[in-house]
Structure formats: structure tokens, C-alpha cells
Write a protein that binds this ligand. Structure first.
Ligand code: NDP
Length: 445
């Protein structure tokens, strides 16, 4: 790294948080792309902006005891990382997955600062979660866990302080249970969580927002290549919230989705994935994607979700989890003629994969820009809650679409201004950073 201030900051992060590899990975990527910004704007170093933006303002770790259906006490670990509040209340999802640890939540919280900044809305960055896995648990077990989780978390959040949302393992059911417990303990009914049910303050189009937003963003990337989604073949990893609604929007734009996955494996359907079947399996029956191949004759199931990238496609949308697409997979995508990759998930492509995409001139939309539609629509939900109003689906969708176009343009323009035209990784990091850093200067230290 050829800038001493950047190198020293990264060194401090690694020393302070040894072993937190995902967090180191996210910070390294952002700091590397900020080198020209730091060199052009000396005031950032003088005000210690990089040390401050890489250190969470507050980290809350807590025990989550709950009782399972057999009457046995279980103990999980809960956390909320309140990373940066320069632009507004902390905002970012809650993840329930057995892999959750401080490294993963910190990387997600750090990314969230820049993502939220890119949306143009007033939101700081944060993230939370637990190593609890809702898969295989009864509704009552999930409820008891969510209530215990919120019993502690409710002291640290609020509509003007910190507004969590969903993420992996946290959908409408979990948000409902957490909202109910918050209300019971704090005795206030306000917009403290987003992704709520439509009957009690949720926003229309929030469920669809991350997936739709990713496709709107990718469409802008394709327009720069003088093409669009019509008649394209698309591979989408995951079959959760982001993947399902990315698939829905892709299909509505005239493209064919030929493969989807879960952590067990992937299904390939050359005739095009029947989304109503996937939605029923995942949203209603909570079953595995392998069941799709039992219901649909034209489909084939392969165990090993990472091999999904061997399927030839024009566009790839990784929408499952971090580091699910490595350098080798990226090379296969490039060899098979893929022209665009947009990340619906957070940091799904490893650094090696990103390098392959950039070198091969494959249009690449990084997660903090391409999947910002979810948090942007959460911001719109907060606005509706403050007004005690609900906007129509079309109103929210139109605002989401415009926000995604703006994010694409900001990232594209920042990449141009800092001499890496077409590099949306640099562009998104720079555009997101400049706004937060400017506000941090204005607010003092
Ligand atoms: P869901 O829990 O709804 O779905 C996650 C999907 O990814 C499931 O199909 C799951 O399979 C799969 N998956 C999870 N872990 C792994 C793994 N280790 N290997 C392979 N597949 C895996 O989550 P979301 O759709 O909400 O989130 C997906 C991604 O999008 C995450 O990176 C999240 O941070 C990001 N994101 C989500 C937003 C939102 O609004 N929901 C907003 C912005 C980003 P299985 O069921 O087998 O675990």
C-alpha cells in the first residue's frame, strides 16, 4: 500500500481486531480505493477521519437466553455494532445465522456507512445479529428467541437513535416478534424497526426493494454497454428475500433466470426458473431448493452451491452471502461470456474475483451500491412512519428506481473524477466516503 496514512490505519485495525478476517477484507478494499482521495484532500488526515471511520462508535455484545420447545435453556450471543452516526441514526439489518460473529457484523456495519451515504438519505451505519439459526425452529421458539434478543437490544435503539431491519434469517416474522417486544417494554409505538408488516407501519415495496434495486442498478450498467436485460440469461445465487425479488424483476424485464441456490446446492432449469414454485418452497413451506427439482421435470439439482457459477450466463447476480464467488468461479464466468455482475448480497465476491471482473472488463456493481435499494426503502419506511402515512407501491418503487439510478451515476462519476473510469468499486467507495467524511469534518471530533 503506497500511502503511509492508509497503511497505518489498516495496521491499527488488524492489531486491534486480530483474526477478524471479513472486517479486514472490507476495510482493506475501501481504504485502498480511497488513496487518491486522501492524497488530494489533506484535511482528512489532519482530522483523523480514517481512524475514526474504521472504529465503531459503540459495540454492544450481550447474552440471549431462551427456552426451546423441550423446556431446555439455550444460550446465544447477540450484538449490535453502531458504527457511524455522522449522517443520521444508525441503520442496518440484523442477521440470524450460525456463522455470525463480531468480524462479520463489523464488516457489514462498516460497509453500511458508505452504502447508506450513497442512498442520499439521512442514515448512519450499523449492523447487528446473533449466532441463532431460525432454520428448523418452531414459530414459538423463534418468538421466544426474538423476545429475549429484544429485551436487551431495546435499551440501545430507538426511532432517532438506531433503526435495525432484516437480513439473512430475519424476515417479516422475526421483525414482527421483535417489534412486539420493543413496544411492550418501551411503551412506544414508533418506527424503531423497518421491514415491518404492512398493517403496522411497513412500507409497500420494502420486501421487493433489495432485489429490484439490484436489477435497476444492473440495468444502468447494461445501458452503459448499450444493451439491456431483454433475452439475457441470468444466474442468481440464493433463494431468499434478495434472490427471489431480483429474479422477479429480471423476468419482468424479459430475461431468463436459469439457476438459483441455497446453502445446500443449486437447481438448473434451462426452461427458466418457475418463480412461483421457488416462492412457495421458500416463503411458505420453508423447504430446501432441492425440492424444486422434484417438482419440475426440466430441472436438475446439484449439491454444492458454489458450482452455480459454472452455468453459462450473460449476467450473474450473487444474492446469497459473503465470499460465495471466488477467483476461480469468476474466471469461469468470464470464459463463458458473462458481461455483467451485480452484487445483491454483501461482499459475495472475493477480492480475487473482483480483480478478474475488472481485468476482463466485465461490468461489476459492488454490493454497497447495487444492493443499497433495501436500506434506501427502509429510509422511505422511516419517512412514512414519521409522517404517519403510507405511500403506494408505485410511489415507493419509483423513488427506489430513481435512487438506484442516482447511486449508479454517483459511483460512475466519482470513478471518472479519480481516474479509474468504469471502476464502480472505487467509485462507490469514494462517493460514499466523501459525503460522510465532509459531514464528520463539519461536526468536529
Ligand atoms: P435470506 O435469509 O432471505 O436468504 C439468504 C439466502 O442465501 C438463502 O437462500 C440461503 O440459503 C443462502 N445462504 C445463506 N448463507 C449461505 C452460505 N453460507 N452459503 C450459501 N448460501 C447461503 O437473506 P437475504 O436474501 O435477506 O440476504 C442475502 C444477502 O443479501 C446477504 O448478504 C444480505 O446481507 C444481503 N442484503 C440483504 C438485504 C435485505 O433487504 N434483505 C439488504 C442488503 C443486502 P439457506 O436457506 O440454505 O441458508
Amino acid at each position: 500500500m503506497n500511502n503511509q496514512y492508509v497503511a497505518n490505519t489498516l495496521e491499527t485495525v488488524k492489531r486491534r481486531y486480530p483474526g477478524e478476517v471479513e472486517f479486514h477484507q472490507a476495510v482493506t478494499e475501501v481504504l485502498e480505493s480511497l488513496i487518491p482521495v486522501i492524497e488530494r484532500n489533506k484535511e482528512f488526515e489532519e482530522a483523523g477521519i480514517l481512524q475514526r471511520i474504521t472504529e465503531p462508535e459503540r459495540q454492544v455484545l450481550f447474552m440471549v437466553p431462551w427456552v426451546d420447545d423441550k423446556g431446555k435453556v439455550q444460550v446465544n450471543r447477540g450484538m449490535r455494532i453502531q458504527f457511524n452516526s455522522a449522517l443520521g441514526p444508525y441503520k442496518g439489518g440484523i442477521r440470524f445465522h450460525s456463522s455470525v460473529n463480531t468480524s462479520i457484523i463489523k464488516f457489514l456495519g462498516f460497509e453500511q456507512i458508505f452504502k447508506n451515504s450513497l442512498t442520499g438519505l439521512m442514515m448512519g451505519g450499523g449492523k447487528g445479529g446473533s449466532d441463532f439459526d431460525p432454520k428448523g425452529k418452531s414459530d414459538n421458539e423463534v418468538m421466544r428467541f426474538c423476545q429475549s434478543f429484544m429485551t436487551e437490544l431495546c435499551r440501545h435503539i430507538g426511532a432517532d437513535t438506531d433503526v435495525p431491519a432484516g437480513d439473512i434469517g430475519v424476515g417479516g416474522r422475526e421483525i414482527g416478534f421483535m417489534f412486539g417486544q420493543y413496544k411492550r417494554i418501551r411503551n412506544v409505538f414508533h418506527g424503531v424497526l423497518t421491514g415491518k408488516g404492512l398493517q403496522y407501519g411497513g412500507s409497500l415495496a420494502r420486501t421487493e426493494a433489495t432485489g429490484y434495486g439490484c436489477v435497476y442498478f444492473c440495468d444502468e450498467m447494461l445501458k452503459d454497454k448499450k444493451t439491456g436485460f431483454e433475452n439475457k440469461t441470468v444466474v442468481i445465487s440464493g433463494s431468499g428475500n434478495v434472490a427471489i425479488y431480483a429474479a422477479q424483476k429480471v423476468q419482468s424485464l424479459g430475461a431468463k433466470v436459469v439457476a438459483m441456490s441455497d446453502s445446500g446446492g443449486y437447481v438448473y432449469d434451462a426452461d427458466g426458473i418457475k418463480l412461483d414454485i421457488v416462492k412457495n418452497l421458500k416463503e411458505v413451506e420453508r423447504k430446501r431448493i432441492s425440492e424444486y427439482a422434484k417438482e419440475v421435470k426440466s430441472a436438475k439439482y446439484t449439491e454444492n452451491c458454489f458450482d452455480i457459477w459454472t452455468i453459462p450466463c450473460d449476467v450473474a447476480l450473487p444474492c446469497a452471502t459473503q465470499n460465495e464467488l471466488d477467483g476461480k468461479s469468476a474466471q469461469i464466468l468470464a470464459k463463458n461470456g458473462c458481461i455483467a455482475v451485480a452484487e445483491g448480497a454483501n461482499m459475495p465476491s472475493t477480492p480475487d474475483a473482483v480483480k478478474v471482473f475488472l481485468d476482463a472488463k466485465i461490468s461489476f456493481g459492488p454490493g454497497k451500491a447495487a444492493n443499497a435499494g433495501g436500506v434506501a426503502t427502509s429510509g422511505l419506511e422511516m419517512a412514512q412512519n414519521s409522517q404517519r402515512l403510507s405511500w403506494t407501491f408505485d410511489e415507493v418503487d419509483a423513488k427506489l428506481h430513481q435512487i438506484m439510478i442516482n447511486i449508479h451515476d454517483s459511483a460512475k462519476n466519482a470513478a471518472l473524477e479519480y481516474n479509474t473510469p468504469g471502476n464502480l468499486v472505487n467509485g462507490a467507495n469514494i462517493a460514499g466516503f466523501l459525503k460522510v467524511a465532509g459531514v464528520m469534518l463539519a461536526q468536529g471530533f
